[in-house]
Design a protein around this ligand. Sequence first.
Ligand code: ADP
Ligand code: MG
Ligand code: MG
Length: 254
Amino acid sequence: EVILSVKDLTAEIDNNQILKGLNLEIKAGEIHAIMGPNGSGKSTFSKVLAGHPAYAVTGGEVIFKGQNLLELEPEERARSGVFLAFQYPLEIPGVSNLDFLRVAYNSKQKHHGLEELDAFDFDDLVKERLDVVKMDAAFLSRSVNEGFSGGEKKRNEILQMALLEPKLAILDETDSGLDIDALKIVANGVNQLANADNAMLVITHYQRLLDYIIPDFVHVMTDGKIIMSGGKELAFELEAKGYDWLREAEVAEV
Ligand code: ADP
Ligand code: MG
Ligand code: MG
């Protein structure tokens, strides 16, 4: 089952073309990693998938579970099963984390014609999922992300993912300056939630994240497109040789 199919995707921001013909296919049960040097367009790609309004898609297509993703509003993308880790990093004073999670959860349930949970039943569900992220229940009664440390925000993000059980989870970790604990939280979350029916797309500048998440496919992105794909060994090769090696390899091919 193909979950995501991206063909010749081009996109720009403020009239600067950033994505320059990106191709990618992700099937159910797969974990994909996109790596690449800073400024290659990795975050742009995840924002375009999320439907960030600052980016204009100028060509190509993105099909998610047989549906044209690009014509859906960001909220519809989320409800239909696309999870973007940076989608909820906002601090929302006055809204408890528990209420926020319940609204997000019920919104997805409603979209799929599934049962919505009342406060009591939701409480039970959340407590069960807290184990995935080893998060203290005290965080549920605090305002969303308010005063949370980087690692706590990261846990909260993975908790959201554990509750929403997305079909496609996209984790863009590049700019978040993750310490080793946060890396492990992300990795454990991905490893525990990955199953035969969903897919994970982990975007990272750092090879070390892939010491904890074993991807089925590694793609290298430079200058707005994927220029090389391979198995997990490609990540080790990049770690050993750096990104410059690719540029040289590319030049040699021309
Ligand atoms: P990565 O996540 O791979 O580090 P990004 O997607 O964040 O890369 O950035 C890709 C490129 O887009 C960079 O060269 C960056 O400078 C450029 N860029 C980002 N925002 C804008 C903008 N508002 N106007 C012009 N260029 C931008
Ligand atoms: Mg960057
Ligand atoms: Mg980035």
